[in-house]
Design a protein around this ligand. Structure first.
Ligand code: ADP
Ligand code: ZN
Length: 735
């Protein structure tokens, strides 16, 4: 046959009568054999419909050899092939890789790829009216109005109702012109087409540092990873947009990953200024219709650039030429639900499988990426100064033991004075506290009763604007009562500690003539509302912003010159190997918002431990020293990036059931001198949504394949009893 003559270089389509393996998006590792009916052609990557038990499912033909032992006549046939481009061999390899590394069933990883089920049906073509060159025989005033409108908008297609409304005539007039042949109905490509960004539309003049960075990116057009390590505002975005331009010039697609909330209209506008067209977007707020169109456009190669949250990494690009991971250190890249993966790490893997360059960008790179850069595994580009020539903000610690606030207040007099000063100049101040709501704990002054979630081992957080006490882990909420439910005393409840709402209240009390707003994920109205709020702040429509960690990321508020950190020690006390690193990154990011466009940026850190290495590094501006100490500590304790961690989280409906299985797992852990198994211990949050949780940790050096160890472990252990679940998290980010 032709295949014998030309070899197997191209994936060989399977023609009717053969047997192929199909992977379905369910919680299984296995693919199943199906018969290809006569007249049907499929190849590895083809998206097909198959029967699975009593159900019909979408599945993907894999590259595995079919199990020929099965008598192909008894196999069920593939029912249909979808009108969508087959997944590429690289994409299939990526799915397998992610599944193996993260111990996620292959079917579940495939489910992340097939996230837009509607995309598999071609959209119904919309029809629209356009003018023909045949004028009507009889002209009325109404018809003249329609013709004039058509002439003014040459080439535009109209719906019947739209045309009638725009011309101010009744729909019957439009209908009459269709009958007369003056209007013809044509099929339209629905929706906004994915216009191709033009790499040479509007390049900006780069600074010498940026030009050097771009040159270094170009001199190595290979498939390596580059870390762009540049202070906030150093122009990293412009540098990686040049790499995107290069990918476009080469006729290939590009993917830019951002932490979800950083995907603002400001970013999209900047993209479109540079390239003359908007990128495709992919995040949780994209509706199902647009999702389907985008998925198809990516698979067909019509969408040239996608800007998206972590899940965009699983889009079926037909010819991907570049991946950028912006703010690569950001914790939002780790998904911890049903399939746990770190999008930055998996982006590097996808880049390697696709043989394309990957760019990681951050002002505060993760220790993992810094070590990879230091060892020469990643190219390292440093941008040491702001592109606008502006100075980085000056940071000072406010020692709360000596210069703290008066009783019952949370803001030190020094911080309040600074806020007064900048807002009097017409500039903005921002207060950062990573705690939603009004107060993290409510108790009864009379009997000491504390409000706890009935389903979680957590206190209920008061949300005063909503008048409720809310659990931040399960969403359980109750109205804030007037009287203590335990002793019945009226008005005895007191709020302990601050959340952002309480800080905003204190600001309003102290500076009543200034406008204070709260930016927090629970303001209601979803991502769209939140983005609108951010834009209002950027326009200068308030004086003081009080925000949770979402204000730390990727926004420029031009009038902002002062950032106050309400509790710089908050995330340090987590007892997690990454606590110091995370605190450093968060505080450097959030204070880096100050003085980007005007003024001299100032950052004030309220702390009870000004001598801690993190605070010292921030105040002295000596990030290098912090990283050095931190790396030495990690190396000493063989913690990532010098060692590896994997966790098993066991959860069950009762403490006993969960603990029993956790103990069973501890007993069955394979003996390996290179791996240390710790636990079981109760998880930091011992109960969530009524489920009791235990953790086991496997710890090894860098050179051990800890994923393989975990696979062997799970294989050796019994399946948990009903209601109990054991969930493996490779490279856990939280301890
Ligand atoms: P980063 O991504 O490193 O935080 P950005 O790329 O967002 O930095 O740049 C920070 C600011 O500097 C932005 O307002 C941007 O418009 C501006 N900027 C960046 N590069 C240049 C340049 N070459 N010329 C003028 N302004 C620039
Ligand atoms: Zn709860």
């Amino acid at each position: 046959s032709l295949h014998d003559l030309f070899g197997e270089a191209a994936p060989r389509p399977a023609a009717g009568g053969e047997v192929v393996q199909v992977l379905t998006p369910v919680g299984l590792d296995l693919s199943y054999s199906y018969r290809v009916p006569h007249g049907m052609e499929v190849r590895p990557g083809s998206i097909v419909q198959v029967p699975l038990g009593p159900r019909r499912m979408v599945g993907v033909v894999t590259a595995e050899p079919a199990e020929l032992s099965a008598s192909s006549n008894r196999l069920r046939p593939i029912e249909a092939v979808f009108n969508a481009p087959p997944l590429t061999p690289e994409m299939l390899a990526f799915v397998d890789w992610v599944a193996r590394y993260t111990l996620t069933p292959r079917g579940m990883v495939m489910r992340m790829v097939l996230r837009a089920p509607d995309a598999l049906e071609p959209e119904p073509p919309l029809r629209g009216l356009v003018a023909t060159s045949a004028p009507p025989e009889r002209l009325t005033d109404a018809r003249r109005r329609v013709l004039a409108l058509l002439a003014e908008n040459e080439g535009q297609a109209w719906t019947r109702a739209g045309l009638a409304a725009a011309a101010g005539v009744s729909p019957s007039v439009v209908e009459g012109l269709v009958t007369a042949g003056t209007l013809a109905e044509i099929e339209l490509t629905p929706g906004r087409p994915f216009r191709a960004p033009d790499p040479d539309f509007n390049p900006i003049a780069l600074t010498p540092d940026q030009s050097a960075a771009v040159a270094r990116l170009r001199e190595a057009q290979d498939d390596g990873v580059t870390l762009i390590d540049g202070v906030t505002g150093s122009g990293k975005t412009e540098v990686y947009l040049e790499a995107v331009a290069d990918a476009l010039r080469a006729g290939r697609q590009a993917l830019i990953l951002v932490p979800e909330i950083a995907l603002t209209r400001a970013f999209l506008e900047r993209f479109s200024e540079r390239f003359g067209a908007l990128p495709a977007e992919w995040h949780s707020d994209v509706g199902p219709k647009m999702r389907a169109r985008t998925w198809r456009a990516v698979a067909l190669g019509e969408a040239r650039v996608v800007v998206g949250a972590r899940s965009a990494l699983f889009l079926p690009f037909s010819d991907l030429g570049l991946i950028v991971v912006d703010e690569e250190h950001d914790g939002a890249y780790k998904q911890e639900e049903w399939a746990s993966y770190h999008a930055r790490d998996m982006a590097v893997v996808r880049g390697r499988l696709e043989r394309i360059p990957v760019i990681l960008a951050s002002a505060t790179p993760s220790l993992e990426s810094r070590v990879n850069a230091a060892r020469g595994r990643y190219r390292h580009i440093v941008l040491p100064a702001r592109a606008t020539g502006r100075d980085l903000p000056s940071l000072y610690a406010i020692d709360m033991r000596k210069a703290g606030p008066p009783r019952g207040r949370f803001l030190a007099p020094g911080l309040v004075a600074a806020i007064r000063e900048v807002t009097a100049r017409g500039e903005q101040a921002m207060l950062f506290l990573n705690r939603r709501g009004y107060a993290p704990l409510t108790l009864c002054r009379s009997c000491g009763h504390r409000f706890q979630c009935p389903q979680c081992s957590a206190w209920l957080v008061e949300h005063r604007f909503r008048g409720r006490l809310v659990c931040h882990h399960c969403g359980h909420s109750v109205p804030r009562p007037e009287a203590c439910p335990s002793c019945g005393t009226l008005d005895s409840l007191v709020a302990c500690g601050p959340g952002v709402e309480r800080i905003a209240e204190e600001m309003q009390t102290l500076l009543p003539d200034k406008r204070t707003v709260v930016l927090s994920s629970d303001i209601g109205g979803g991502v769209q509302r939140l983005r609108a709020e951010f834009e209002a702040v950027a326009r200068g429509e308030c004086d003081i912003v009080v925000g949770t960690q979402m204000v730390a990321k990727g926004h420029t508020f031009p009038k902002l010159t002062l950032v106050g950190v309400v509790d710089a020690d908050l995330s340090l006390s987590q007892g997690d190997p990454r606590a110091a690193e995370r605190t450093f990154q968060l505080l450097a990011q959030v204070t880096g918002r100050a003085g980007r466009v005007i003024g001299k940026g100032l950052g004030l850190l309220q702390t009870y431990a000004p001598e801690s290495p993190v605070i010292e590094a921030l105040v002295s501006g000596d990030a290098e020293r912090f990283y050095r100490t931190e790396l030495a500590e990690r190396e000493r304790s063989v913690m990532p990036p010098f060692g590896r961690l994997a966790a098993i989280l066991v959860s069950g409906p009762s403490r006993e059931l969960a603990e029993d299985h956790a103990r069973h797992l501890a007993r069955t852990a394979p003996r390996d001198p290179a791996v240390e198994v710790l636990g079981p211990a109760e998880a930091a949050l011992a109960v969530v949504r009524g489920r009791h949780r235990f953790r086991l940790i496997a710890h090894s050096g860098r050179d051990t394949d800890l994923s393989a160890y975990m696979r062997a472990w799970i294989a050796a252990a019994d399946r948990p009893t009903r209601g109990v679940e054991a969930y493996v998290d490779v490279d856990p980010q939280n301890f």
